[in-house]
Design a protein around this ligand. Structure first.
Ligand SMILES: Nc1nc2c(ncn2[C@@H]2O[C@H](COP(=O)(O)OP(=O)(O)OP(=O)(O)O)[C@@H](O)[C@H]2O)c(=O)[nH]1
Length: 782
């Protein structure tokens, strides 16, 4: 065992340990502007909780909520006896995609347009044009429902496109993670005025980590200050990406008319701004011919690099034809050599159809991405691969659970391999339990449909699963596999909550259990010391929504305390301790002797265990006891009981007794060594530091900066934004950011907005550490 290393990567958000793939930092984006939801859908956003004081946070959802607080389902439910299902769409014609963006970039608007154009296309089988119909408005709400379903199936040009929902607000960063875990490709939307915004950067990096191929859509080309080329430059500078410009805009702001298609070398011009406005291919306007040529040349030079034959011909002066160009662009997009960049205005209905064409042309199908990896449930060392193929054994991942008025709850599953049939039994490989598949539902833009079978590549909603939660694998009971699990961020804030009446105690418990099943980034626990229930989440808005859902869906009125930060603990120097656990009381004794060295590690490294035992000083069979004892303690630091991060524990020496030693004795010795060792290693408390970006009119700049400074903030940069706005980038401890949204609104008369995301964990100042360690509330500026 000497030299063996067990490394548990620390979660960048939670600081907890996991063997799964890396995750994203959490973000929180708040805006002091009012949302447009109410006006568009005739609904009010969820009522605000006073407890967090962020009454002006923009909540946007397009899920109509019924009186009982559950999501309403479409009346267009097809209950017809399902036909024997077979594969209707070839696997290579599937696109499982997500649309990702910074808050307000136009994700919902674009999704609505996509559903409109694809819905019509699906119904009447025509492509690339649309006509607004009166009844569309009546169906808008149903479309709204499915936009926020976990996934919506739609069709374009004979391709089946599953659009997987990625919500805007980053307190729900987990949702982005879930989506990334099951999608094969993504559209990244940018606001052409704001360019690459902080959350765009974050989702971009998330997509990088998951290796998700993507295309960019520079939206809002009709807005005052729109600048396609500046956004293209920001894609290079801020994201370090290699954009491949495939369209350039014709006009901008109120003169935006359409695009020049660099592949076809044609102008695409829309005749109006209404939904379904027709478009036509025209000659490129004379003032754009030169620049279009320039981009065409640059595009060709980039893509010919990927194909020797094409390159050879190109050097001889023969340009590849459209089909060849598209197939190379597809290859380069899937292998992340470059990212196609398109543009348009979803709001003015310009550019959406070419965007859909690009999804079909350039984003991968399930067979273009690497096979899904998993492990044998009985032996995690055995790696199993499942290719996207109907003939392979069934495997699928449950990625979202959602309450539903009619069927109780829906479990969304991405089928990776094989077939899933209604009425059959599958194995939940994580729990080792069988689940009966009752109903299989396919969610469409304006309907949900019972289907009998789901095949590889499909995304379906299962009704009535009993024990499966988000992130678990369903598979063929005879060919079990545990697919790479989704890793969930641990909460960064918590509040105490209690029901207003005693009668609500049980209802609250039931509600919390249900909400936690749906949302793995939400935790709750009972603090017996203070006799209170603690709820934990990713941000103030996240917990506000939980409290609101308790009220609306579970009819529990609750009092909520002030939010508090979930800190982490670490060490500042090396310590080495010898600990002997010895007990002799009548029967068999307990003996374990270990020496453990604790060393600080780089920020973000998590916790690592090493065994440096030589000559069997601690026999192999007892080492798991040491590992277990230390791991248990790592969730409970010596200063204030927070999770311990960035620490390496090395078992360097020890001793044992032939009769009295056991795994348990070594486990207990490890706990003792942890207590003593950590105290000697200069323990310290770390706090989440947020990167906060405030965009404010210049006249409020001084106030904004002064306020950030008073919150222990460090200003990193200033800059200008279009429209005479100033942008301030800063690093501020999360503990100082509670209720910032209301302060900012008050200070700037609602004219500023801000976004924040986790930057790092850093050591708290000593006086605050003392307060936290003494369980006092740290003093905050707000
Ligand atoms: N001028 C203009 N406005 C747009 C365009 N697309 C969206 N908008 C507007 O921008 C605002 C935000 O658009 P949404 O579609 O709600 O943006 P989102 O990315 O879904 O926002 P979140 O879900 O809150 O992150 C709305 O008022 C839209 O009407 C566009 O192409 N041009």
């Amino acid at each position: 065992m000497a030299g063996d290393t067990l490394r548990l990567p620390v979660h960048p958000i939670s600081g907890n340990f996991s063997r799964n793939r890396p995750q994203t930092p959490p973000l929180s984006v708040f805006s002091t502007r009012r949302g447009s939801f109410a006006s568009r859908y005739g609904h009010s956003p969820a009522p605000r909780s006073d407890f967090f004081g962020n009454s002006c946070v923009r909540l946007k959802s397009v899920v109509p909520i019924s009186r009982n607080g559950m999501r309403k389902v479409s009346p267009f439910v097809s209950m017809a006896a399902p036909e024997e299902s077979k594969r209707v769409v070839a696997l290579e014609d599937y696109r499982n995609i997500g649309i990702m963006a910074h808050i307000d970039a136009g994700k919902t608007t674009t999704t609505e347009r996509v559903l409109f154009y694809t819905g019509r296309n699906y119904k009447i089988g025509e492509v690339h044009e649309g006509t607004a119909t009166m009844d569309w408005m009546e169906q808008e709400q149903e479309r709204g429902i499915t936009i926020t379903s976990a996934a919506t199936t739609t069709f374009w040009d004979k391709h089946r496109i599953n659009i997987i929902d990625t919500p805007g607000h980053v307190d729900f960063t987990l949702e982005v993670e879930r989506a990334l875990r099951v999608l094969d490709g993504a559209i990244c939307l940018f606001d052409s005025v704001a360019g690459v915004e902080p959350q765009s950067e974050t989702v971009w990096r998330q997509a990088d980590r998951y290796g998700v191929p993507r295309i960019c859509f520079v939206n809002k080309m009709d807005r005052l200050g729109a600048n396609f080329f500046r956004t293209r430059d920001m894609i290079i500078e801020n994201l370090g990406a290699n954009p491949l410009v495939l369209q350039i805009p014709i006009g901008a702001e109120d003169t935006f008319k359409g695009i020049v298609d660099i592949v076809k070398m044609k102008a695409v011009v829309w005749s109006g701004e209404e939904l379904g406005a027709k478009f036509a291919y025209e000659d490129i306007p004379s003032d754009l011919v030169d620049i279009a040529q320039e981009y065409r040349m640059s595009m060709l030079e980039t893509i010919v690099e990927l194909d020797d034959d094409v390159m050879e011909k190109y050097l001889e002066g023969i340009e590849p034809d459209e089909k060849t160009i598209k197939s190379i662009i597809r290859k380069g997009t899937i292998s992340a050599k470059f990212v196609p960049v398109l543009c348009g205005s979803a709001f003015k209905n310009k550019g959406v159809q070419p965007l859909l064409d690009a999804v079909v042309d350039y984003l991968p199908s399930p067979i273009d991405v690497p096979p899904m990896k998993g492990t044998d449930p009985d032996d995690p060392e055995i790696i199993i691969e499942r290719g996207a193929n109907d003939e392979e054994p069934f495997s699928g991942l449950a990625f979202k659970i959602m309450g539903d008025t009619f069927v109780g709850s829906l479990t969304f599953v991405r089928v990776y391999s094989g077939k899933l049939t209604a009425g059959s039994y599958v194995l939940n490989a994580n729990k080792g339990k069988k689940e009966r598949i009752g109903r299989l539902l396919e969610m469409h833009a304006n309907s949900r449909e019972d289907v009998k079978t789901a095949v590889a590549g499909d995304i379906v909603a299962l009704a009535g699963l009993k024990s499966t939660i988000t992130g678990e694998t369903l598979c063929d009971p005879d060919k079990p596999i545990v697919l790479e699990r989704m890793d969930f961020p641990d909460p960064v804030i918590k509040v105490a909550i209690e029901p207003k009446t005693k009668a609500d105690i049980d209802k609250m418990a039931v509600g919390l259990i249900k909400l936690a099943q749906e949302d793995p980034s939400f935790h709750f626990s009972r603090d017996e010391e203070i006799n209170q229930t603690i709820i934990e989440g990713m941000g103030e808005l996240h917990l506000e929504i939980i409290v609101d859902r308790l009220k609306r869906e579970h009819k529990v009125e609750a009092n909520v305390g002030a939010p508090q930060v979930n800190y982490r603990e670490s060490i500042s120097k090396i310590s080495e301790v010898k600990y002997i656990h010895k007990k002799q009381s009548g029967g068999a004794g307990q003996f374990a002797d270990i020496t453990v060295r604790f060393e600080p590690m780089e920020p973000g490294s998590g916790y690592e265990f090493k065994s440096e035992i030589k000559g069997g000083a601690v026999p192999k069979e007892y080492i798991p006891g040491v590992i277990k004892g230390l791991e248990e303690c790592m969730n409970n630091g010596v200063l204030a009981g927070y999770p311990v991060v960035d620490v390496c524990a090395a078992l360097v020496d020890g001793n044992y007794h032939d009769v009295d030693s056991s795994i348990l004795a070594f486990q207990l010795a490890a706990r003792g060594a942890f207590r003593d060792g950590m105290r000697k290693a200069g323990p310290r408390i770390l706090e989440p530091i947020m990167r906060v970006e405030v965009i404010t009119p210049e006249e409020h700049l001084g106030d904004v900066i002064g306020d950030l400074n008073s919150r222990r903030g460090h200003i990193s940069t200033f800059g200008d934004k279009p429209g005479g706005l100033k942008v301030v980038d800063s690093l501020v401890p999360l503990a100082e950011m509670f209720q910032y949204v209301s302060t900012l609104r008050g200070m700037t008369k609602g004219r500023a907005s801000y976004s924040m995301q986790l930057s790092k964990f850093d050591v708290v100042p000593q006086h605050i550490q003392n307060q936290i360690a003494n369980k006092d509330e740290p003093v905050t500026a707000s």
